[in-house]
Each structure stands twice: as structure tokens, then as C-alpha cells.
Ligand binder design. Sequence first.
Ligand code: ADP
Ligand code: MG
Length: 702
Amino acid sequence: MANTYRNFLQTEIEFLKGVGPARADLLKKELNIFTYRDLLMHFPFRYVDRSKIWAIRDLDDQMPYIQVKGVLQNYKKEGIGKSMRAKATLNDGTGHIELVWFQGLKWLDDFVKNGQTYIAFGKPSVFRNIISITHPELSLPEREKFETGIQPVYSITEKMRARNFDSRAIAKVCHTLVHHPEFYIQENLPDSILDNLQLVNRKMALKNIHFPENIDMANAAIDRLKFEELFFLQLKILHYKQQVSSQKTNIIVTQIGEQFNNFYNTKLPFELTDAQKKVLKEIRTDLGLGKQMNRLLQGDVGSGKTIVALLSMLMMADNNYQCCLMAPTEILATQHYKSISELLYDTGITCRLLTGSTSNSVRKDIDANLLNGEIHILIGTHALIEDKVQFRNLGLAVIDEQHRFGVAQRYKLWKKNQEPPHILVMTATPIPRTLAMTLYGDLDISVIDQLPQGRKPIRSVHRYLRGLSDVYTFIKTQIAEGRQIYIVYPLIDESEKLDYEHLMGGYEELKQIFPEPQYTMGMVHGKMKPKEKENVMSHFAKGDIHILVATTVIEVGVNVPNASVMMLMSAERFGLSQMHQLRGRVGRGVDQSFCILVTGDKLGADTRKRLKTMVDTTDGFVIAEVDMELRGPGDLEGTRQSGMLDLKLASISVDHKWVALSRQQAQELLVIDPLLQLPENSNTSKYFELYKRQNGDWGRVS
Ligand code: ADP
Ligand code: MG
């Protein structure tokens, strides 16, 4: 074995003293630990303080894991068969506790001797005034050194437990590893950063995260490693962004032309909000720079992103470029197509729709006219990114409701042209800042932080099932006033069939309450063909239907200004951001709108918090923060697939400080040394290359 640090850490795990073939096999199969490095990176998930031995008389059942030392007596077994248990008492002169075991009794028989002194470790509980510890860890007082002080606790699997390869055993082999004479860790952060942020060095951190001298050292080690983890992620994102934004392009908006001006002055049905104007200027600047634009447009539901996109597309059209607008669902794409072609009526700008259900003959026609440049704006679904869709000169690709698309798909659009088109990504899911820095860290961000004038804030209430009849009465008065209603049922992941039955059952009941011909109802759900869905939706949009009963398929983007009530059935089953999205379907017209959250009586604390947040605020950013806090960032919509949040130590939702610091430090480093070529950054550079290889390079852009 060569004596370099890389080779040492790459050594296969079975070579480590105390591991051997059987345990190596377990480590590989159960924990994916193949090498010394893997073991070193298997961090404990918590610590227990074994530096202190408690007096038994001081124990109570509020304590965490503790240890006591005393003489064991009265070891005996009770019960038979499966209910057999072992019991003993432990006496330390200040009092006694009971020890109880249900498993591993055979091993106990061999190990436990009455009259012997042991250290017992576990969580005390109290039953009938007797303090006991169930399944204490027992050890003899003269223990190995690594078992005193702050102890790491590692995750293990059932299989490992069954083979007596427990957290302690892992601690033991880890201890061997970090005390191996060849153990060597290369620093991977620049000295300046270590100094600035007062971080411990890498070797110290990796030793102390497993075996800290005290809790402060454990925290210092964790902080350092969290920072490192986030720093290299940010470095990767920013490095990528740097590659992208240095991409020169000939796709330039040199002038604001006739189409834009005509539309702006004579066709625009309303005055833009200041926020819309600001964002439009940002886009206008980007498009004129001769550099590829990659911009994220964030704006709460109803803030008017579509018109900004359309105006941007008109700028391109005036400079003889084509544009496309991609939406996540057929319904949305169709709706965009309709509203945009209406707005463009008589302007000479040609707009077409391409989705999965576009017929072959129409498709052929679209293909031909895309290539000869007759089509100026193509609107559609994922169908747009298929390779066979070829443009003559695509200049701008707009992606609506980004959270339904993965990062990879975003980059597919680049390939649509000889020169990558400008990209404008729009999302109505407000994203907490730290998350945006990560998920969209390669994009420049614009925010529409203002709703069009005259919108009345939606009133949200929480109602119980038992109060449903009042709700229905209210809905009837709304309908009498000419309004329309959404009633949405949740998707229950376990079974599509159940969802369907749930929805159908609800629909039948509602029919009794809102009988024809006085009331008309329609239904949309995931099982319907796009054409059928669209048919119902367009009836609703036209006002032919009073009540639209739906699953969450209507979640994004659909725009029916006359709808004034959004009623969510079994609201306890909806996520917070999802409820906010759905609520955004109403409040688009001049009338007062309502969101009614209906639940059963039994609600958990998290559910109450979700409902209360909905009732208290309509601010999407506040909602996003609470959502992230409740669920963690990994569960937020669209982040799951990204893989960017698979972090070992750091959490985007908790470690705001470290996310911001890592971003800032990575940024500063790249400003000074964009290609990491300075000698003082050579360790960082080497590690970064390795990091990119292990964590998936997003590939070269060109
Ligand atoms: P979102 O940002 O959720 O995609 P839309 O673009 O669908 O929102 O806009 C919501 C509604 O607001 C549309 O009916 C749109 O025509 C209207 N709208 C957009 N901008 C303005 C504005 N400045 N003044 C008034 N109404 C506007
Ligand atoms: Mg929209």
C-alpha cells in the first residue's frame, strides 16, 4: 500500500484491523461502506456523554441516555418463550435501579455475574416509583479508552444488530482508523477561509466528528464539515454559472421594435405593475448583452408572470427570433396558447400549440413551419424538448412553473439551437432564499413582489366536516351571485384507485346537495384523457359550470377570474405549498374570494400549523419558509429529484448561516481565482476535481 493519503483512504475496508471478511461484508451490503474513506464519512448521528457517571439517587425519567456504575445483583429470568425477560438490580450505594432485557438473553447468561461491578448505560424510566433502564448496555469498568467521554452513536441496520455489529463496534473500528499510523488528511479549503471563519482544519474535524474531546469540539467539527459540504456544492453551482454566463451569444435584442411597441401601447389590457416593469427591464438588459440569459422569474400566483414572458417574446420577435413557452401540463399549455393567441390577434405574430396529443398531420405542419420560421411562438408541454422539434432560430425559451421540470430538462433546451437560446424560468412557488441559492444557484433571479392593483386578499378559513352544511349554504349564495367554485380532493399516494373512489364518492354526494338543473357540476381528474379534461375545463372557464370538482390536476396556472371559492376537502392531506398554489386559483377577479379548508376533528400539531399558516397569511414566501421548516427541503415540491439536496450533514432549511457563508466564500474565491489556478488554492482545486467526479458533473455547456 502506497503511503499517499488518497491511496490510504481508498484501501478496502476488510484490511482494517477488527473488520475482517464477515464484517466487511456487512459494512458493504448494509451501509455501502467499501473503503476507509467510506467509513470515515459514516458520521455519527448523535453523541452520548459517557464522561460522567451519575449517582443513582439523582436519576429521574426526564434524563437522556446516562450511565451509572454499581454492583449487579439478583440476576434472574422471568416468563417463558417469547415473553421471557431477564432482570437484575444495580446498586451504587446511593440507591438502586432495575435493569431489564427482552433480547440477547443468551449472551447475558454468559456475561452477567451477580456481585460484579458494571457500568450500565441507557435511558432511565420510572414505573411504579422504581427507576429502571430497559436494554442497558453493560460494560466492565476497565474499558477501552475510546469508550469514555463523548461517545458517537452510528446508524446501523437490523441485520447488523442481529449479528452483534452495533454502534459500539463501529465506533471501535472507526477509532482504529483515525489512529492508524498512516492516517493522513489533506486540507481542502484555502487557509484564508479557514482563518476568516475560524474553522478547524480538516483532519481535526474528521477526527473530532467521531471522537470529540468535548461537545464544543464536536460542534466545531460538525460546523467545519457542514461548511465544507456546502462550499463545494456552491463552488460547483457557481463554477457552472460562470461557464454559462461567459457563453457569448449572437442572439441579441438590438432594438425594441414595432411589435413590442404596438402591443405595449395599444393591446396591453392593463397597466403593468412596477414590479413587472422592473423585471421586464432586467430581462431587456440581459437580452441586449450578447451573453446568454439564464434567469429565474419568481412571482407569487397571480402576480402576472405570463404577460412579462409574452412581452419578452415580442422583443425577440422584433429581432427575428423564435420563442417557445413550455408548461408542465397539457391544460396549462392549452390555456397559455389560448390567452396568448387572443392577445396576439391581428398582430401578425404566429403562435402554435404542440403537446403530446397533437395529431401527426398537425405536427408535420408545425415541424415544417418551425423550420421555415413561419411560427414565431411555439407553446407546449414536454413535447417541445423532444429532439425532433427543430427551430429555425430559437432565441428565447420560457419555462413556466419550473418546479415540475428537473434541472436536466432545463439544459436540454439549450441544445435546441446552434447557439443556446436565452432561458427564462418562471415559478410561482416562492422558494426560501437559501434553497433558491442552491436549487437555482446557477440562475440570476428576478422577483415580482407585488400583485396587480385592485385584488382583494383572499379570505381563508378552516372548517370542520361537522360544519359542512353551513359551508354549502355559503357556496350557494356565492353561486347565486354569479360566482364559480372549485372543490378539490387530495391525492392519496398509496392507491390511485382509492383517490378515484374518494373523488367519485364526493362527487355523488355533492350532486345531492347541488342538484341539477339548478346547479351544474363538472369533474376533472388524472385518469381522464387530456381532451376530456380540457373540455370540462373550458366549460368551466366559459362559465357553463358552477362547481368544478377536481383532484390536484388543476393545481398550477389555471386562470378563471370568475371563480371565487376554493374549497379543499381533507385539507389535512395537502402540503402547505400545495394549498397555497390551489388558493391562488381564486382571487384573480374583482370579487372577494374565499379559501375554505375542510378537515376532520383529529388533527396533529403539524397539520394545525399548516392550517393556521394558511389562514394567517397569503404571503408565499412566509408559507414557503414554514413549509420548509415543517418538512425539510428535501420534500418540497420539485426538489426531490434534483439530488442537490442529498447532503450528509448540512440542511438547507436549518443551516441558513452556513448556506449563505458558503455561497459568499465560494463567490469571493472565484472572483479572485476563477479557474482555481493560484498555488494557494491547489488543494481546493484538486479536491474540487475529485468532488465533481464523485458527485456528477453537469457536463460542459457547449
Ligand atoms: P401568474 O404569475 O400566476 O402566472 P398570470 O400571469 O396568470 O399570473 O396573471 C394572473 C392574472 O392577472 C391574469 O388574468 C392576467 O391577465 C392578470 N394581470 C397580469 N398583470 C396584470 C396587471 N398589471 N394588472 C392587472 N391584471 C394583470
Ligand atoms: Mg402562470
